[in-house]
Design a protein around this ligand. Structure first.
Ligand SMILES: Cc1cc2nc3c(=O)[nH]c(=O)nc-3n(C[C@H](O)[C@H](O)[C@H](O)COP(=O)(O)OP(=O)(O)OC[C@H]3O[C@@H](n4cnc5c(N)ncnc54)[C@H](O)[C@@H]3O)c2cc1C
Length: 543
């Protein structure tokens, strides 16, 4: 089979999903009536995302030219076939709503395309991939250019030496990320990957950032990979709307790791509906300093204990009918605390309290429910100062677009770890007097895991490159990368767990950690249904 065999398959998936998107755009009045057609919108958005992942997988592999080994080409061809099949099946129940007939579908996925899919996605192809993955213990790296290869090499060495040996202990004991990680990651420049050089950062472009995230997450999602997401989100918000003085004051400290960051948007009663936030900010002068006092609850603020500053979204306009237009983003300084709960009182009497909520995975950073009472922040800590008042929602969203891209990288890292551990396990585990990799079904499952991961990586790297060119325009692609890669990570880790049998459920085996870690990925930074509807569908249908 040749890589070109995948082209007609990709054309079919692209044609079908483009038609579906065009029709969904009409039905939802250019995305303004998505809520009246939620199921259709989510399916079309997801199918379009699958087609996009297929395109990026094929483009990436083709771009490798002579560096594309037959194994890598096989991965791409089978991946495109799987994604094209899934996109079509997802749309099948909606044909009538999309104004398409069976004949229309047949015209796109005609006999030649269907035959190509049967060849490209045949179980024997996936088994062949699975056998190759097992042989190389899941470690077949994608070729990169020289600089990026060096980045991957350096970060991997760091993650293997400094993070991986502690990852299990951290998880099982729900310890906090060790200070040594923070110090060494700071020295290595990992916190400054989104901070421009003029502010003391080490910006090398989004692909380098993704590769760094991926390698750190491969060692430990919460212990290392996710540590660099928070500075990324705040740095992007500051770059989008901070004053020059704010950029000069905060970015160097965020980029060096001198200041650890928490992101505080969610509240106990407000998650996806960010525009309804209730945490209030009121003007007050305290000790002769003009500023704001914050009052209200927050929840799920990851790393809030250890963090030195929180990027906190609060309501500055008391008129709740203003919704998102009444919110501002504050940099809230606090004392560091390494416990599972903390309380800090300011000299003025303002108070912040936090209590970590126990979670099955994503341990190591601790996610806190917070309560703020008359907590004072100076006016200069409102991002954008006067000009940023009531613009916090938009700055936060600028930060989240970057955060989502990075979460695509986090998902690839966790999935990579699961692939490697599973490849090792199935090569060593013997049942019925044979290593279980010798069974066809094991090979097939391992092959599918690798195929899904290759597609996740391709769409995430493509989003990273697009973000380098134009962050605003690339934000929807970053959301698609997050949507796809996080789901894939859940599927890959769970399949890996199944292939471990009972031991996959034992804490002693790292795969059980990867499963519970991966499960959080489709939840934060836009829970999957919201990401599908309010980010991906809205951008696709809005034209
Ligand atoms: C471990 C962890 C760490 C986190 N870290 C942070 C952090 O550091 N900072 C932070 O601010 N937040 C954080 N979060 C919060 C996270 O971003 C939210 O959980 C997420 O945005 C979803 O909000 P919610 O939990 O309130 O769910 P809800 O908004 O209540 O949604 C629940 C479900 O309701 C349905 N739903 C809701 N609205 C709609 C709709 N309009 N249409 C269709 N269906 C709908 C969907 O099925 C959705 O999945 C974290 C969460 C977790 C679990």
């Amino acid at each position: 089979m040749n890589i070109r065999d995948a082209e007609p398959i990709l054309r079919a998936a692209t044609t079908l999903t483009e038609r579906a998107v065009a029709r969904a755009s009409e039905i939802t009045k250019q995305g303004t009536a998505i809520d009246e057609h939620q199921v259709l919108s989510s399916r079309v958005a997801y199918a379009a995302t699958e087609a996009r992942a297929a395109k990026e997988l094929l483009d990436f592999t083709t771009s490798l030219g002579a560096r594309a080994t037959p194994e890598r080409e096989r991965l791409a061809i089978a991946g495109v076939a799987e994604l094209a099949t899934s996109a079509r099946d997802r749309l099948l129940p909606l044909l009538d709503d999309l104004g398409m007939s069976e004949d229309d579908l047949d015209a796109v996925y005609g006999p030649a395309v269907r035959a190509a899919i049967r060849r490209a996605g045949h179980e024997s192809v996936l088994r062949q991939i699975g056998r190759a993955v097992a042989e190389e213990k899941g470690r077949g790296d994608v070729p990169l250019d020289e600089t990026l290869e060096q980045v991957r090499h350096n970060v991997r060495e760091f993650a293997n030496a400094e993070v991986a040996p502690h990852a299990e202990h951290l998880h099982r004991h729900d310890d906090l990320v060790p200070e040594a990680f923070i110090q060494k990651m700071g020295e290595a420049g990992f916190f400054g990957l989104s901070v421009p050089e003029q502010y003391g950062g080490f910006e090398m472009g989004n692909v380098a950032m993704i590769i760094t995230t991926e390698e750190l997450s491969r060692a430990s999602l919460a212990g290392a990979g996710s540590l660099i997401t928070r500075p990324e989100i705040l740095a992007k918000a500051l770059l989008a709307g901070g004053t020059d003085e704010q950029k000069r004051e905060w970015l160097p400290k965020i980029g060096s790791g001198e200041l650890m960051v928490g992101i505080s948007v969610t509240e106990p009663n407000v998650g996806s509906d960010v525009a309804s936030l209730s945490c209030r900010a009121e003007r007050r002068t305290v000790g002769g300093v003009e500023g704001w006092v914050l009052n209200g609850p927050k929840s799920w603020c990851t790393f809030a204990g250890r963090a030195d500053i929180l990027a906190l979204l609060a309501r500055t306009d008391p008129d709740t009918s203003k919704g998102a237009k009444g919110l501002s983003l504050f940099i809230v300084p606090k004392e560091q605390n390494r416990g599972h709960d903390f309380s800090f009182t300011q000299p003025s009497g303002g108070k912040i309290e936090g209590k970590a909520d126990r979670t099955p995975g994503y341990r190591g950073m601790h996610s806190f429910t917070l309560s703020l009472e008359d907590y004072f922040v100076p006016a200069k800590n409102l991002i954008g100062e006067k000009g940023g008042e009531n613009k916090g929602f938009y700055l936060q969203m600028a930060g989240f677009a970057a955060g989502r891209l990075q979460t695509g990288g986090r998902a690839c890292g966790v999935a990579q770890a699961a692939l490697e551990k599973t490849a090792e396990y199935v090569s060593e585990r013997t049942q019925f007097k044979r290593p279980i990799i010798e069974f066809q079904l094991t090979q097939y499952h391992l092959g599918r895991m690798a195929t899904k991961l290759a597609a996740s990586r391709a769409i995430t790297y493509a989003a990273a490159q697009a973000m380098d060119v134009d962050e605003r325009r690339a934000a929807p692609l970053a959301a698609q990368a997050k949507l796809f890669a996080c789901d894939a990570a859940v599927e890959i880790t769970q399949t890996g767990q199944l292939l471990h049998g009972g031991w996959g459920y034992a804490e002693e085996y790292a795969i059980s950690r990867y499963v519970v870690d991966a499960q959080v990925l489709p939840i934060f930074e836009g829970v999957k249904p919201i990401l599908e509807l309010k980010v991906v569908a809205r951008s696709l249908f809005g034209g």
